[in-house]
Design a protein around this ligand. Sequence first.
Ligand SMILES: *Cc1c(COP(=O)(O)O)cnc(C)c1O
Length: 388
Amino acid sequence: MSYPSGRHFLQIPGPTNVPEQVLRAMAKPTIDHRGPEFKALGLEVLGGLKPVFKTAGPVVIFASSGTGAWEAGLVNTLSPGDKVLMFETGHFATLWKNMAVRLGLEVDFVPGDWRHGVDPAVVEAKLAEDKDQRIKSVMVVHNETSTGVTSRVAEIRKAIDRTSHPALFMVDTISSLGSIDYRHDVWGVDVTVGCSQKGLMLPPGLGFNAISAKALAAAKTAKLPKSYWGWEEMLKANQGGFFPSSPATNLLYGLRESLHLLAAEGLDNVFTRHKRLAEATRRAVRTWGLEILCLDPEEYSPVLTTVVMPGWRGADAYRAAVLDKFNMSLGSGLGKLKDQVFRIGHLGDMNDLMLVGTLGGVEMGFSLTGVPCKQGGVMAAMDYLAAH
Ligand SMILES: *Cc1c(COP(=O)(O)O)cnc(C)c1O
């Protein structure tokens, strides 16, 4: 294979670009995970995650992908046959549902069109109907990474509260944490699921659960089988900064650095930056005359933009051409959206010029492959970025 000169553009919506400071932080000798130096690292990262989730309660860290952290959320709080309420917002919501079914839960899966988020009114209606309170948990994906649609978690919480239903509330923030405003405590979330390779700008390999007091209480009686994913042993070891089994030490070095970077920029500034890059991207897409998959502007994702291919086909050949010609990876259409859409990730360690380069590659790719659309999208994005 010949050398592709210059930097690869990793513009999928996760894993995201890992900053050099984080890469350097990970390039250190692994230490004794039962020793004093590790204790300081463990305590620092376990404490440092709390402000990112906006919680005063515990956050646990697994050596896992986000999928593992999904499973931990379910097996620690629920029992076989428990009924749960989930919403078909897209591919990731569907995968989480499939997991719940495989674990022996009874899922009420509210159908969706993959172009909208969770409707708080439907949450309210479903819970109000559930007179004998069989629903044990409501599960929502905050930012549906397969579609570029962000659900309104705060409004969903209010909808739950209006029914006074005691169900737990679990939220997947895998692609929103550290990129979109999120408040575990204020929004009364019981289990927040996160992981390392999206807004936290790390490689894959760390899964997180932020846990409320109500979730901890539910864990006392939950009967789904668990061993590796059990919170109890983990929380006990975490009190001293340690882990029950070998932690992903070098990823934790990276996490310490990425938490420093987020704190230095300021979370609110991080969120504003994501919104601004997303708006510039949407202006480009509209100028090209193409369709954004997300139908409700209130639910546009600050993290990624999903673009519908003209005629709803040809996205995979287009993405392959962009990779071959411009050394840029764009996100594929997942599940039933395969080949119909492509996704532009604009999250994590991103700035204006990276976005302009990304959109330049997207626009040149259209010319290259003869996608019928207008020119000038990059210019529209540049105009917006320069003026705002
Ligand atoms: C990426 C992603 C997942 C899956 O995470 P893995 O680390 O690949 O297991 C789940 N949910 C959402 C919303 C995601 O973006």
